[in-house]
Design a protein around this ligand. Structure first.
Ligand code: TRP
Ligand code: ZN
Length: 879
């Protein structure tokens, strides 16, 4: 484990390196505990750099076994090597070759960075700084090099030998060994290097690009799981097609390979021509995967594929620019999924995710700008802010410019920066150049942390027939940024007439108003719309045009009206969601005060009306009926949170809705129970989603029969897991629930990805006893502290998605969590640090829980020998 140097990296310290590495040749002699790597690196001194400037290369835990300079063994005085640094006295010549030998032990590499083994398969993960665990290098993204790779291994252990680029020579060697060569003609940064060697099954296909080039496609999975890769292959081809159509981007190599591995720190990795995936984002069939899994696979396959242009062909100058590839690529995968499925449903899901993950980050101790200015550990900046808010910022560029100019800007970006390591400034400049707009105020979205708030007061003046909006913006302070500047916020809106449709205004003053968007640029705007003898209902932030919070005084009748009639489907959902949230906040106050919550009959009836509304697709109705989660309600309350009161308030609303709409729900549930052959498409998935939401309402009264029936008759994992969730959460301890959990375990025990669902369902059982059951499950033979997916499914889910269990008043949840984080850290600091972020909202709880959380955080912070990754998170969380 690399110890914490305490070093802080700053954006303003960026400096080009003294040397370039135009060519990189790597030779791997693979063996579990003694892999030999020979790196032949061609260096070139940059113009103007003194020929005495030392070559200083990054390493991380390396063992140097050989060094030659221009082919001659280096003499002791010519270099200095530590596990983390290699400094070489340069030859006089401008261009020279260093040949570096290192010895690695992939088998014992538990950090899953660099070269490691997963189920006996050799694989690599180099982003962000894993390449330096393979060889000494200028391991920074602005060093673009052309790579050639040769690897050899025993044929039996590794019949498959893959790397980036196009395949070259391969053949047999003495002693049952073989070799393969790979050449990648596109210069790339070291973080995109990949190698895979092992014994895997595969499915193959091909794709013909729009200019007629044939690309061989392969997806490699564990033997026996080939059929479960078919959906991923289909998603890949649809992604390739979509990128040609929507962005004019063609694939550029002769092959594109995807490998699924079961030990992986994150979701997937976009290595050039050789994407490596967490197997949960590849493998799916109806028996083992839910509709949500299918949707995630489609999105992640697309995301990694799209990186080929946004990330690989144009990469990042430095890691501060991470959002340049990640935010943009998330935007692209969001648009892809919106086009493949239902745009409104996709948008609502995105907003829910952003609010659930990015808002708490932005509103807590770990807040940072989309483009951070400083970091201690870059691994800790693969965040919801960089990815999801980063995507929202790109979406705003598109909103501000309009679709056509946005596309022209993207075309210019690809044309101008192909083959370069670019910056956020480069990105914004292309949009300024194509549109003539000034985006300097807009660029604050990249540089300033915190979620802006708009407070809006509406009034109507019948005399002047004006609708008046008084809008005020504020940005709350965040760590190290107490004073905030005013932002450019594109606020999409509609003024809805009594007929339920948008009414046209005859004049607009007080702000630039264009194409349905009010451009907020000042602290205060009074925007006056003429042409309204009758008061219209105001619909704001349509489509979630800006990632902000809104405080609008609006009557419930207006909200109910918007929920029924707004032309913008996202805003209809938002209106309903606000009604529910307000009701739940009020109810949780009542619960805390020992009172019985009362709910507005109009809101309750609305739920029934929406469930039945056949003009809305089932997936949409499912989202509308899914109440705000406990964490959503807690976030809206903001401080002094009592999760038990929130839970009870939410249960009360579920019961009230179920009681008032029981018959409607039951009829609809039956109607949706068709037994047509399974298809994972969005329409069918939507029907299953609605049916599962209804099942939850229908089970709120305490009768497990329907859920038990659904469990028994389920023919796909969505229905089965949906039923099991209701049984375990609503009827826990009952005979049927216990029987179902046992049956599931027995049937799916050998399938780790399916067992993750079993762990997740039990980790999210509400109530105080779940702490003990999670502790017991950690001893289960199917659990493993060494596998990130298992840890995240059981412990991560418990911490993120179990408000009452994790935040148990006596702190037992936090203590179990803290101990687990430290256990995980011993093997894998990156996964431990990410896990630990689940404590980031600790200060928003009531004092007793805060104190319990603080003790656990302080305990972690005072643990000797803490990794840089975990120390960074814990210290910022406590600050
Ligand atoms: N670049 C990857 C993506 O978003 C994610 C990634 C970054 C990653 N660092 C990683 C994946 C480390 C695995 C391990 O597509
Ligand atoms: Zn990415």
């Amino acid at each position: 484990m690399r110890s914490d140097t305490g070093q802080v990296f700053r954006l303003e310290d960026y400096r080009p390196s003294d040397y370039l590495i135009p060519l990189t040749h790597l030779d791997f002699d693979l063996s579990p505990e003694a892999t030999l790597v020979t790196a032949e690196l061609t260096f070139e001194r940059r113009a103007g750099v003194a020929d005495t400037a030392p070559v200083v290369l990054d390493g991380d835990g390396l063992e140097l076994v050989g060094l030659a300079i221009d082919g001659k063994p280096a003499k002791p005085g010519d270099f200095e090597a530590t596990p983390d640094l290699l400094t070489v006295k340069p030859p006089r010549a401008k261009r020279f070759v260093l040949t570096i030998g290192t010895r690695l032990s992939p088998q014992t590499n538990t950090q899953l960075m660099g070269l490691y083994r997963s189920n006996g398969v050799y694989c690599t993960q180099c982003e962000a700084e894993g390449f330096r665990r393979i060889t000494y290098f200028l391991d920074r993204p602005d060093i673009l090099s052309i790579y050639s790779v040769r690897m050899e291994a025993p044929k039996k252990d590794a019949p498959l030998l893959l790397s980036n680029g196009n395949p070259g020579a391969h053949g047999d060697l003495d002693g049952e060994r073989h070799y393969a060569e790979w050449n990648d003609p596109f210069p790339k940064p070291s973080y995109l290097f990949a190698l895979v060697a092992g014994d895997l099954g595969s499915i193959r296909s091909h794709f013909v690009t729009k200019s007629g080039r044939r690309v061989e496609l392969g997806i490699f999975v564990e033997h026996g799981k080939e059929a479960r890769a078919v959906y991923a292959m289909d998603a890949l081809k649809r992604s390739m097609c979509w990128d040609e159509e929507k962005f004019g981007r063609e694939y550029d190599l002769d092959v594109f390979n995807i490998v699924a591995v079961s030990d992986f720190n994150m979701g997937a990795m976009e290595n050039k021509g050789l994407n490596v995936f967490n197997d949960k984002y590849v493998l799916a069939d109806e028996e083992t995967a839910t509709d949500a899994d299918y949707a995630n696979i489609e999105a992640v396959i697309a995301h990694e594929y799209f990186h080929n242009w946004t990330g690989n062909r144009i990469t990042c100058r430095d890691w501060f620019q991470l959002c340049l590839k990640e935010g943009l690529t998330v935007f692209r995968d969001h648009e892809f999924s919106a086009d493949q499925r239902s745009r409104a449903v996709k948008r609502i899901a995105e907003v829910r995710t952003l609010r659930a993950h990015q808002f708490p980050e932005d509103q807590g101790p770990l807040a940072h700008p989309v483009r951070p200015r400083r970091y201690r550990e870059i691994n800790n900046f693969y965040t919801a802010t960089v990815y999801e808010k980063g995507s929202e910022v790109v979406r705003m560029v598109s909103t501000i410019l309009g679709e056509d100019a946005f596309r022209r800007g993207m075309d210019l970006y690809f044309e101008r920066h192909d083959g370069e390591a670019a910056t956020v400034e480069d990105f914004l400049k292309v949009f300024e150049d194509v549109s003539g707009q000034d985006l300097s105020q807009f660029s604050l979205w990249y540089n300033q942390a915190g979620t802006p708030n708009l407070t809006v007061k509406t009034s109507h003046d019948p005399a002047s027939a004006e609708l008046i909006l008084d809008i005020e913006q504020s940005v709350p302070p965040t760590p190290n940024e107490s004073r905030k500047r005013l932002m450019h916020i594109p606020l999409a809106f509609g003024l809805v007439g009594s007929n339920g449709h948008d009414a046209a205004y005859t004049s607009a003053e007080g702000a630039t108003v264009e194409n349905g968007v009010i451009h907020i640029r000042k602290r205060r705007h009074q925007v006056r719309f003429g042409g309204f003898p009758q008061r219209p209902v105001v619909s704001l932030n349509r489509g979630f045009s800006a990632p902000i919070t809104l405080s609008v005084q609006q009557r419930s009748e207006d909200r109910i009206f918007l929920a029924r009639h707004d032309d913008d489907l996202y805003s209809r959902w938002q209106a309903l969601n606000t009604l529910f949230t307000d009701a739940l906040i009020a109810a949780s106050r009542q619960k805390r005060g020992g009172k019985t919550p009362k709910f507005n009959a109009g809101t309750i009836a609305l739920a029934g009306a929406i469930a039945e509304d056949e003009t809305l697709e089932p997936a949409y109705r499912a989202l509308a009926l899914a109440l705000p989660g406990e964490a959503d309600i807690a976030r809206e309350i903001g401080s002094n949170i009592d999760p038990d009161a929130i839970f009870e308030a939410r249960e009360a609303l579920v019961s009230a809705i179920a009681a008032a709409n029981g018959e409607t729900f039951a009829e609809l549930y039956e109607k949706l129970s068709d037994k047509a052959p399974f298809s994972p498409d969005a329409a069918n998935a939507g029907r299953r989603a609605l049916r599962n939401v209804l099942l939850d309402y229908l089970s709120a009264g305490g009768d497990p029969t329907r859920a038990a029936d659904q469990y028994r008759t389920a023919t796909n994992m969505t229905d089965r897991a949906g039923a099991l969730t209701v049984l375990a959460h609503r009827h826990g301890g009952s005979k049927v629930s216990t029987a179902a959990l046992t049956a599931f375990e027995k049937h799916y025990g050998p399938d780790p990805l399916v067992m993750d669902k079993w762990f997740m369902i039990q980790a999210t059982v509400p109530g105080p006893e779940t702490v003990e059951s999670v502790a017991a499950l950690m001893e289960h033979k199917r659990f493993s502290i060494a596998n990130p997916n298992r840890v995240r499914a059981l412990v991560g889910t418990f911490a993120i998605a179990n408000q009452t269990g994790f935040n148990r008043r006596d702190g037992a949840g936090y203590r179990l969590f803290g101990e687990t984080v430290l256990k995980v850290e011993k093997r894998n600091p990156q996964v431990a640090a990410r896990l630990a972020t689940a404590l980031r909202s600790w200060r928003s709880f009531e004092p007793e829980r805060q104190e319990q959380a603080r003790i656990v955080l302080a305990g972690i912070a005072s643990t000797p020998g803490l990794s840089a990754d975990l120390r960074d998170i814990v210290e910022r969380t406590l600050a």
